[in-house]
Design a protein around this ligand. Structure first.
Ligand code: SF4
Length: 341
């Protein structure tokens, strides 16, 4: 099998230095900033992550500040990004790092022992912020290398990532590991795009790329069949009482564990069935859908102006300001939270 070579890396680095985007985590580089940005970017588009990153760094400028915050504050700062275990792990890891002196370790094993930091994130922190020769190989990097070498990697397998990391490690130039890692990300994000969209006309590696030479760019990496998402029906209530709105905590395990939610029940309730649950004036709200990784919520909504407090003990009533400022509500409910005003 053909491997990536030094000439390709040199072309890639030249291209990156000319075309790299201005991104907030690149303005000033530190292990903490690289860590936060990489965790945010795991499931979030760059454009969406920018604002979150700036607000996060303003609110928690150091590992110590993050460690000292309450979980509610951390989740509030993460509100809308989804995959809240990422925020919880950042918080847990920050506490461990703060207890050990406040500096992220410059060591792969020690980094990987922290909650939420896997091989890829450890590689990104080590190469970008510490200047260590440790590659960070994610699905984007695998796609680029798969096309460049016409090697049909299974991007869902760790063995493929390990193999590519082993091949890339000796090619990481002294003092340029940060640009090396980011150049590969950047090419995957801007030029060697997924599916049928590689922009080979803009690619600095077009003259070297095996898949491009063969005209088989879109055959690499081979597609994997994704399982169908489960569809769940849910009826969501916006319960209003004297200018306040009801929320409650979700169960401590499962989807959106321990986060706040608008009251809801399984299934699609008719207006008549919904009216039987609460005393008050009921209005139908537009249906909404939220797509998670494995599940799709198909939601029916009702606004109820309550005439008396409901019997449920787990509900708390809060002002719209408190909902905005203090309580993290997952974006799955965003279609209905707008009625809490
Ligand atoms: S030439 Fe095309 S397929 Fe090959 S690395 Fe560049 S963008 Fe990707």
């Amino acid at each position: 099998m053909r491997k990536v070579n030094a000439k390709e890396i040199s072309l890639l680095l030249d291209w990156y230095r000319e075309h790299k985007r201005t991104l907030p985590w690149r303005d000033e580089v530190s292990p903490y900033r690289t860590w936060v940005s990489e965790i945010m970017l795991q499931q979030t588009r760059v454009e969406a992550a920018k604002g979150y990153f700036l607000r996060w760094i303003t609110r928690f400028p150091t590992v110590g500040d993050l460690a000292a915050a309450s979980e509610e504050e951390v989740l509030k700062a993460w509100e809308g990004l989804g995959y809240y275990s990422r925020a919880r792990n950042l918080h847990k890891a920050a506490k461990l790092v703060a207890r050990a002196g406040g500096e992220l370790p410059r060591d792969k094993k020690a980094l990987e022992s922290l909650p939420g930091i896997g091989t890829y994130t450890a590689g990104a922190i080590l190469s970008i912020a510490f200047g260590e020769k440790e590659p960070a190989v994610d699905g984007n990097v695998l796609r680029v290398i798969s096309r460049l070498t016409a090697e049909p990697f299974d991007i869902t397998k760790n063995e493929a990532k390990e193999k590519v990391a082993t091949d890339l490690r000796p090619l990481m130039p002294d003092g340029e590991t940060s640009d090396f890692t980011q150049a590969l990300f950047e090419l995957g994000a801007l030029v060697c795009l997924p599916n049928a969209l590689p922009r080979c006309d803009l690619c600095p590696l077009a003259g070297e790329c095996e898949a491009h030479r063969l005209g088989t760019e879109t055959d690499y990496p081979p597609r994997t069949v994704k399982p169908e998402k489960r569809r769940e029906a849910l009826t969501v209530f916006v319960l209003a009482l004297e200018g306040k709105y009801a929320i409650r905590k979700r169960p401590s395990s499962g989807l959106l564990a321990n986060l706040w939610e608008l009251p809801n029940t399984c299934g699609t309730l008719s207006t008549e069935d919904a009216a039987r649950l609460y005393d008050g004036e009921i209005t139908s709200l537009p249906p909404a859908t939220h797509v998670f990784t494995h599940v799709v919520w198909e939601m029916t909504g009702y606004f109820v102006r309550l005439s008396a407090p409901p019997a449920e003990k787990d509900l708390i009533f809060i002002t719209p300001e408190a909902l905005r400022e203090t309580y993290p509500l997952p974006s799955a409910f965003s279609s209905y939270r707008r009625y809490c005003k």
